[in-house]
Design a protein around this ligand. Structure first.
Ligand SMILES: NC(=O)c1ccc[n+]([C@@H]2O[C@H](COP(=O)([O-])OP(=O)(O)OC[C@H]3O[C@@H](n4cnc5c(N)ncnc54)[C@H](OP(=O)(O)O)[C@@H]3O)[C@@H](O)[C@H]2O)c1
Length: 361
């Protein structure tokens, strides 16, 4: 058994730590041992490290052999199989989709079982957003097909965020905006957001902002009415009421847009931190608000109920993920060592946006 650990003060520094053998793991009543089969890895997982203390991402999966508390484990979305069970209703061989550590195995305390889901009720996860503690019992879904595992774990969580951003913007009447500017337009979350918004005939026009090196890819997607690079931001129509949806966290770009747009900047939704090295605070962005998808999901489940929420969101997300899959080239990395080899490129952002990295164990 092994864990992939990240230095909490220097994200580019990692170590793989071997733990005890799986045969030595004992289970208490209600616990199950999962062998992680595969997981997706994107800039989202680097953001988990950057926001590890702020939002509590380091708390999900404690690192072992780390007496000085220098290392942490970022969560990932993936699939795992039950290899030991001390739960009377969970059999060996059952497959789960959900939130896992960058590790070979995970022990959870399963409870609140339904035909389709179960929850990890381990004490250390109880104060964390509940949606992250939910696991899907995928074999109960007649539509489940393992052939699509890679695309599903790479795109579903990020496009669900995109759907939430559409829902949130729409319910606020687009904040009065006539155009929406999406920063870090090549990211999977941005693509999912743009596709969700595009499906809505009442939506304002979309402008994607990206790096020079990613402009060709973004233009080819054909989902933004206009595509500009960070150096071309001044070309934006500043006479138009604007909503910014920001996946980059790049304070220089936000400040520049804020100066250009003046009172036409109606609202700025801060979603991500892909440009984590350029992140910061600025007094200029008084309209800025942090958006946390699990919070929006929880609110909608409270209003609509779980079933209605799932029907509404999944109908749209399955459409947007299918569209985005056409532009996705899956690259499978072998085991935690394979991830470690390419990891520095993910941290510095030099992976092509066309690639979808998947770690297979
Ligand atoms: N708040 C929430 O609830 C929530 C939910 C889901 C995702 N998110 C956030 O959304 C963001 C996008 O995540 P993702 O997984 O969709 O990303 P992704 O697909 O891996 O995005 C890759 C793109 O991000 C930019 N990038 C990545 N690393 C960079 C670096 N070090 N320097 C400069 N640019 C870099 C580049 O885009 P450009 O050249 O176009 O800038 C790159 O093409 C993340 O910050 C994630 O945490 C937030």
């Amino acid at each position: 058994m092994a864990q992939f650990q990240i230095n909490k003060t220097k994200y580019s520094s990692t170590q793989i730590v071997e733990t005890q053998d799986q045969k030595d793991i004992s289970l208490m009543s209600g616990e199950i041992l999962l062998q992680i089969d595969r997981f997706a890895y994107t800039a989202n997982n680097i953001t988990y490290a950057v926001a590890g203390d702020l939002i509590g991402y380091w708390q999900f999966f404690p690192s072992i052999q780390d007496d000085q508390n220098r290392y942490g484990i970022t969560p990932v979305w993936g699939f795992a199989d039950v290899i030991k069970s001390a739960h009377k209703d969970i059999s060996i061989g059952e497959r789960l989709y959900g939130y896992f550590p960058t590790a070979t195995h995970l022990k959870i305390h399963a409870d609140h079982l339904s035909s389709f889901t179960l929850q990890d009720v381990s004490q250390h996860r109880q104060s964390l957003p509940s949606g992250y503690n939910l696991y899907h019992r995928v074999q109960a879904d007649p539509a489940y097909n393992p052939e699509f595992d890679n695309h599903y774990m790479l795109l579903q969580p990020l496009h669900l965020t995109g759907w939430c951003l559409w829902d949130y913007s729409k319910m606020n009447n687009w904040f009065g905006a006539e155009q929406i500017v999406i920063l870090s337009a090549s990211s999977k979350t941005s693509i999912g957001t743009a596709l969700s918004i595009l499906h809505d005939k009442s939506s304002p026009k979309l402008i994607g902002i990206t790096s020079d090196s990613n402009k060709t890819f973004v233009k080819k997607l054909d989902i933004y009415h206009d595509t500009l690079t960070y150096d071309e931001v001044h070309q934006i129509d500043a006479s138009t009421r604007t909503l910014i949806i920001d996946m980059s966290g790049n304070i220089k770009v936000i400040d520049q847009l804020s100066d250009l747009l003046g009172t036409n900047l109606r609202h700025c939704i801060q979603v991500g931190l892909t440009h984590w090295e350029q992140a910061g605070r600025s007094p200029k962005t008084e309209h800025k608000e942090f958006f946390f998808a699990p919070g929006h999901i929880q609110q909608r489940i409270k209003e609509w109920g779980f079933k209605e929420f799932t029907i509404r969101s999944e109908t749209s997300v399955s459409k947007t993920t299918q569209q985005a899959s056409k532009h996705l080239e899956i690259e499978e990395l072998q085991s935690l060592t394979g991830l470690q080899k390419i990891y520095s490129q993910i941290v510095e952002g030099s992976i092509s946006p066309q690639k979808g990295l998947v770690v297979t164990m």
